[in-house]
Design a protein around this ligand. Structure first.
Ligand code: ASP
Length: 589
């Protein structure tokens, strides 16, 4: 028997027991007369103890030969510690060792296996199996497991069935780029890896399954922005005979259940905001509502006073940073630099300080009297001591820039506490989104999303397509989109119309989505669904920024697995078998 207990299990009540433990050497502390070894496994650390002159000299010699990460079996007696460690669950006891069994030696690990490791990101990724021995990373995966179990049980209790859908599917051009897989048995033909099980889950509704879910890997070959993974996991769901309200309530229920079980937090109803309001008041379709600082539009007080930039702008809009009137010249310059960075792209920033003594100081004093500036302050509801920050330009662009500034101010003022949670539904997304580059509309969500019935008639008027609202919704937490979905089109005629709107000919639509369209002719029920980004959800519950830490074996920012070395070239024989002809000169050996 390798062990009678784990390294996290023994307590004072076990004192006197003979036990056997197995684990890794966290460290050896050799004080000459006394030697301690911290033995670690997934469950914790237990201190082993030897005493010169008391313990068998052979044991002492053995103990001195052990290095970090050696794998040991240790037998001994549980004894009460003289100096207890209240910070460790096993801190009241130690094991007086009577026998060691070296199970495996270890090279010196390339970084310390401690909560705060000395290893950089790249090194830890290369030796991910060692990184995973560290408590914080292990805890992340435990959280992920616990969340997955809760999700499965919750949905299963509501009659959802978990059904697997294929990974080798047909490539479709809408959405992101597909990862493709060549078919050896069908030379020259390719599968795609699913970006999501969207069409299959809709087919399951046609098949009458009524309620489906799947915790499922999805693949998107997108340019990797920070913290995107080419493969990621969704909690993918679909329901029949439901309206938007049913879907929102069902998945709000799931989110609340997770908050309650994992964080011990109970929520009332999640607030809801239309996409239009989210853009108008926060400049973002995923507003972080842990803090206020709502946008205030200022055209009426800003224009007509001879300040050309404001006069010529489509929108003058700002935020009020409460209590920040004391910001120094340098701090204000830094904010101006911040909004001028190419990632934000504003031309500049106007500030108005509402000083504690009731006077004003602004960067546009030349154009505005104190009375004028008071009108700004009134619009903001600002008090003496506040600082108003204002941007101007084309409406949508300026709102997005102000969103960045608002989030930056939120960070600076400590208003984005990761242990505070602010869920939000954003509803009534636009159905279509214009793309300047290809000069056509794209489905904002996906082509199967239904327009709001009251907006459906606008499909007949191309000049109005940008105004059509969809029955689509996102669930947002702390400024991150954690899920999204929609009511689906279940009527073939409407679906056809949608494909035409997206610029497909009948043949193209048939060729790409024929099987789904065909299925819709055999009694498709009204249906709707949603998918949560599971990795992101886990990171938010942990109050962490990066989703990478919640994936056991993630890719780096260039989509590489630096541990296994993928992607990698294929051997010539493999390529030949697939009948893929590459100019091998160009290939790295
Ligand atoms: N398939 C969608 C997505 O991946 C989610 C949904 O509409 O259910 O975003």
């Amino acid at each position: 028997m390798y062990r009678t207990h784990t390294c996290g299990e023994l307590r004072l009540a076990n004192a006197g027991q003979e036990v056997t433990l197995s684990g890794w050497v966290q460290r050896v502390r050799d004080k000459g007369a006394l030697i301690w070894i911290d033995l670690r496994d997934r469950y914790g650390i237990t201190q082993l103890f030897l005493q010169d002159g008391v313990s068998d000299p052979k044991l002492i010699e053995q103990a001195r030969s052990f290095g970090r990460e050696y794998v040991l079996q240790a037998k001994g007696t549980v004894v009460e510690r003289e100096s207890k460690n209240p910070n460790m669950p096993t801190g009241e006891i130690e094991i007086k060792v009577s026998e060691f069994n070296l199970l495996n030696a270890s090279k010196v690990p390339p970084f310390t296996i401690e909560d705060e490791s000395d290893g950089g990101d790249d090194l830890r990724m290369k030796y991910r199996y060692l990184d995973l021995r560290r408590n914080p990373v292990r805890r992340n995966l435990e959280l992920r497991h616990n969340m997955a179990i809760l999700v499965r049980n919750y949905l299963s209790n509501l009659n959802f069935l978990e059904i697997e859908t294929p990974f080798l599917i047909k490539s479709t051009p809408e959405g992101a780029r597909d990862f493709v897989v060549p078919s050896r048995m069908n030379p020259g033909e390719f599968y795609a890896l699913p970006q999501s099980p969207q069409q299959y889950k809709q087919l399951l509704m046609v098949a009458g399954f009524d309620r489906y879910f799947q915790i499922v890997r999805c693949f998107r070959d997108e340019d990797l922005r920070a913290d995107r993974q080419p493969e990621f996991t969704q909690i993918d769901c679909e329901m029949s005979f439901v309206e938007q309200e049913d879907v929102l309530n069902t998945f709000e229920g799931l989110a609340k259940h997770l908050f309650k079980e994992i964080k011990g937090i109970e929520f009332d109803k999640f607030p809801r905001m239309t996409w239009h309001d989210a853009m108008k008041y926060y400049g973002s379709d995923k507003p972080d509502i842990r803090f206020g600082m709502k946008f205030v539009e200022l055209n009426d007080v800003a224009k007509g006073k001879g300040f050309g930039l404001f006069d010529g702008a489509e929108l003058v809009v700002g935020i009020n940073a409460e209590g920040c009137a004391e910001y120094t010249r340098k701090q204000l310059d830094q904010l101006t630099e911040f909004v001028k960075r190419p990632q934000v792209g504003a031309g500049g920033m106007v500030y108005i300080k509402y000083n504690a003594d009731g006077t004003f100081k602004s960067s546009v004093d030349k154009f505005y009297t104190a009375d004028d500036l008071k009108k700004f302050a009134d619009k903001f509801g600002a008090k003496p001591g506040d600082l108003m920050l204002i941007l101007c330009g084309p409406a949508m662009k300026t709102r997005k820039q102000l969103n960045e500034l608002r989030l930056e101010m939120g960070n600076q003022l400590g208003l984005r506490n990761p242990q505070k949670f602010a869920p939000l539904w954003v509803i009534d997304f636009p159905l279509l989104e214009w793309d300047d580059e290809t000069q056509r509309y794209y489905a904002m969500h996906h082509p199967f999303t239904a327009p709001k019935p009251e907006d459906e008639y606008l499909l007949d008027d191309p000049s109005k397509w940008g105004e059509i609202r969809a029955n689509a919704y996102d669930i947002v937490m702390n400024g991150s989109e954690v899920g999204g979905g929609s009511i689906r089109i279940h009527d073939r005629v409407l679906q056809n119309k949608m494909f035409h709107t997206l610029g497909f000919t009948d043949e193209q639509a048939q060729e790409q989505f024929g099987f789904l369209m065909g299925a819709f002719e055999y009694g498709a029920p009204p249906h709707a669904g949603l998918a949560f980004g599971f990795d992101r959800l886990c990171s938010i519950f942990a109050g962490a920024d990066s989703i990478r830490d919640f994936i056991a074996f993630p890719k780096n920012n260039s989509g590489r697995d630096v541990m296994s070395g993928s992607p990698a070239p294929l051997a010539k024989e493999q390529l030949e078998e697939l009948e893929i002809k590459l100019d091998l000169k160009d290939q790295k050996a």
